[in-house]
Design a protein around this ligand. Structure first.
Ligand code: APR
Length: 309
């Protein structure tokens, strides 16, 4: 099994590390900056005897070695700085993603694409357009991260293990995301029975602003440990055919009453990529929020189409 990770920056390099060190697949790391991917890959390869894994990891600037990849993860692009929204990255990252998917299509035309570059739902849309892949084989990593943020904040509030907290976040990866706090559970117990409504509302706000909170602290970049962990879960579920249910950005064709728009919804991930889109029964306000989120994604796609025309 082979995974190509494009972008050897914070998210990409950490992703590569998690994939090889968790013995999931061999990795080819690629970056436009001469020496960056090769250097990080060499460093990671030299850690292998200490970690005790046998995975191969190589890096470079060329796309040829991506041939035969089962999955490609695209993290290349610019990250947010304080005060920026994810949509502010559109003009730069849209072009970068287009060029990368064109190059990958030439060498790894069948690879499942996992998009990470922001604005996520729009770059995933671009990847599908450029690659011509069926929707099962192009998805964006956002829900895995947003859900992990919600779960971690609930665990912090209750002083319990995050592993026991289950929760779902739907919608686009941005201010319009829709955390479903009402359906969150800890060890099977509804969280709403354990946390006061005003505290729960605060946790939802913090989840929505989770990325910005990290950007505000780091000042020179955005989150990467949790994003790379989200990608790794998705890669493992696909390559090991685990059939895990993880929220991902996927093209909806009527599910949730939404047409032809990438938004985050729970999906079953296996060897075929997105094997099933799971429709959660939503309260009226949650469905309205999901539709508003999809509308925001559509507007950003339209903005991209104007920019690239
Ligand atoms: N081809 C290959 N690599 C590129 C290209 C390109 N055309 N353009 C930029 N890159 C590389 C940069 O050289 C850099 O090493 O992408 C890498 C991005 O790394 P960082 O700046 O560290 O950004 P990171 O924090 O990893 O975030 C990457 O993921 O979460 C999103 O919003 C985030 O869009 C951003 C992306």
């Amino acid at each position: 099994m082979k995974v190509t990770v494009v972008g050897a920056g914070h998210v990409g390099a950490t992703c590569a590390q998690r994939v090889v060190e968790n013995d999931i697949a061999d990795v080819y790391l690629v970056d436009i900056v001469e020496g960056l991917a090769a250097g990080k890959a060499l460093d990671l390869a030299q850690a292998a005897p200490l970690i005790g894994h046998s995975r191969r990891i190589e890096g470079g600037t060329e796309y040829g070695p991506a041939e035969g990849s089962d999955v490609v993860v695209i993290t290349a692009g610019v990250a947010r700085r304080p005060g920026m929204s994810r949509d502010d990255l559109l003009a730069t990252n849209g072009k970068i993603v287009t060029a990368i998917v064109e190059q990958l299509s030439a060498v790894a035309p069948d690879a499942i694409i996992i998009m990470v570059t922001n604005p996520l739902d729009v770059t995933t849309h671009i990847a599908m357009q450029v690659s011509g892949h069926p929707r099962e084989r192009v998805m964006g990593m956002a829900g895995a991260l947003d859900t992990a943020r919600l779960r971690s904040f609930i665990a912090m509030e209750l002083g319990c293990s995050p592993a026991d907290v289950q929760a779902v976040v739907l919608g686009g990866h941005g201010d319009s995301m829709v955390p479903l706090a009402g359906s969150a559970t800890v060890g099977g117990v509804p969280v709403a029975q354990l946390i006061e409504p005003d505290r729960l509302a605060e946790i939802i706000r913090r989840t929505r602003d989770g990325g910005a909170e990290v950007v505000g602290l780091l000042k020179t970049g955005s989150a990467f440990y949790a994003p790379s962990a989200g990608v790794t879960d998705m890669v493992a579920s696909i390559l090991r055919d685990q059939k895990r249910v993880i929220p991902v950005s996927v093209l909806l064709r009527g599910e949730y009453g939404i047409q032809d728009t990438f938004v985050g919804v729970p999906a079953r991930l296996g060897a075929g990529g997105v094997e099933e889109i799971i429709e959660v029964e939503l309260a009226e306000d949650e469905l309205a929020a999901l539709h508003a989120s999809a509308e925001h994604v559509r507007e950003t796609v339209a903005a991209w189409e104007r920019l690239s025309a």
